[in-house]
Design a protein around this ligand. Structure first.
Ligand code: ZN
Length: 285
């Protein structure tokens, strides 16, 4: 799909600090308005509507929203309290009433993955799986242009790599997220990923991530595994040992059939681009 085809569709990327509202203009250029995420949900909705109308004055076709979970994406609800947002039990369908158009909602990792799969590193591929490496570790699977859902979201960031490992925020022990998220790195090594310069420590982190990627590869065998999120800013410090361990561990597929590890191309715009894509393509089920 070309970016011009998304003109009139609006995406909203809700983060703990910043909300980004975006669209592609007629020439296919990404236009984004951003503002600090509001503590009051009604005020947040009003700001989203204002920004969306400013971006698409001729009439919004549909709106897509990527938000931290837990979400009921079918009912467009944030369920209970998200650790990263100030709201409790909010209903994104309110935006439909305010805008008079359909609104699609999904969790931020799925939406960033959709952006990368359709307009980023996964463009043209049938089946993408991947991870968002940031404060936590999110997982996504995009099949035939749509986000894949199980009964609830697939939580491959919480696959257990060592049942005797560190306690994870989810209550389990030894999750991938408890070894290799930004929060875990700070906790285990006493330093934030952007300040961590010891190659031996990065080897340990990359080893755990490689375990996670190998498990994803053998469970779903995608056309590619895409990595996105803030930690990719560390580049080869992380990627060189990660690719090395991945190739050493994953022997079940001949090398040329091994799902390649790709780095996301959209950077911190993956969320808003994915939300624009969600606005157009919606959910498959
Ligand atoms: Zn966990």
């Amino acid at each position: 799909m070309r970016r011009e085809e998304f003109n009139g569709f609006v995406g909203v990327d809700i983060g703990g600090q910043t909300t980004r509202v975006g669209t592609f203009d007629r020439r296919g250029q990404l236009q984004v308005i951003h503002f600090p995420t509001e503590k009051n949900f009604v005020t947040e909705c009003n700001h989203i509507v204002e920004a969306a109308r400013q971006l698409v004055p001729q009439g919004i076709k549909r709106l897509g929203v990527g938000s931290p979970g837990p979400l009921n994406w079918r009912k467009k609800l944030l369920i209970g309290k998200s650790p990263n947002l100030p709201w409790v039990d909010v209903d994104f369908a309110q935006l439909e009433k305010l805008l008079g158009c359909t609104v699609w909602v999904d969790n931020d990792a799925n939406v960033a993955g959709l952006g990368e799969a359709i307009l980023g590193a996964g463009k043209g591929k049938r089946f993408i799986a991947g991870f968002t490496l940031g404060t936590g570790i999110g997982h996504f699977q995009i099949k035939n242009g749509h986000i894949y859902h199980g009964r609830l979201d697939v939580e491959a960031g919480h696959q257990i790599l060592d049942p005797a490992g560190p306690v994870c925020g989810c209550g389990q022990r030894g999750c991938l997220e408890a070894f290799a998220s930004a929060v875990a790195i700070q906790k285990l090594y006493g330093v934030a990923p952007h300040e961590l310069n010891d190659p031996k420590t990065w080897e340990q982190i990359a080893f755990r991530l490689a375990q996670g990627l190998v498990n994803a590869a053998v469970f779903v065998c995608p056309d590619a595994l895409i990595l996105t999120g803030g930690m990719l800013a560390r580049g080869e410090m992380l990627l060189e040992p990660l690719r090395r361990f991945y190739e050493q561990m994953l022997k079940v597929y001949p090398p040329r059939y091994r799902p390649p590890i790709l780095v996301g191309e959209l950077g911190d715009k993956a969320g808003v681009v994915g939300a624009i894509v969600l606005a157009k393509v919606g959910h498959a089920e």
